[in-house]
Design a protein around this ligand. Sequence first.
Ligand SMILES: [Fe+2]
Length: 201
Amino acid sequence: MSTIPSLSSLPSNPKVISPTTLAHVVLQTPQLEKMRHFYTTFLGGHVVHSAPFLVFITYDEEHHRIALLSQPHITAKAPSTAGLHHIAFTFPNLSALLTAYMQRKKHGIEPAWCVNHGPTSSIYYKDPDGNSIETQVDNFERVEDATEYMKGPAFEKNPIGVAFVPEEWIERLRNGESEEALMQRDDKDLERTLLEGDVIV
Ligand SMILES: [Fe+2]
């Protein structure tokens, strides 16, 4: 017996069931091979299935997280177009985030922007088509604390963040500073917004 309600049995303004997870992102690209190489390298992932016009990539238990759809005749992404701004991937801790940063660097993949947002410390990249990708670590152990921070005065004043230099953080970690201390955003000067030269990729 199905428990799916009939349309007439539903209230006029029902709360829709939320999904369990955000499953995957599909990107259309005019350069499939280059993007396949980039995403498998970038995510430490592998191809689950490929066809001449389609590639499915995963890096975890999901069957695919990124799919690439070959569209040879589409034009380059226009920054002025509405739509997706970036995709974000979470890492378990700061050391993992910075290790992945170093490994990507070894592959010649350099970041576009490194910023401590407050709730997360984030390293942004661009893929070969110009799509923005965020790699991040949660700065708070408990999501409730991150939410609290986002409701607080420091985030109200500066919801973008404070830039950081990964090599400086790596050095400080090697010198014994804790991840927690490094990830605590410097909110002493609430007037401060973006550092000179900062960009929102
Ligand atoms: Fe983000």
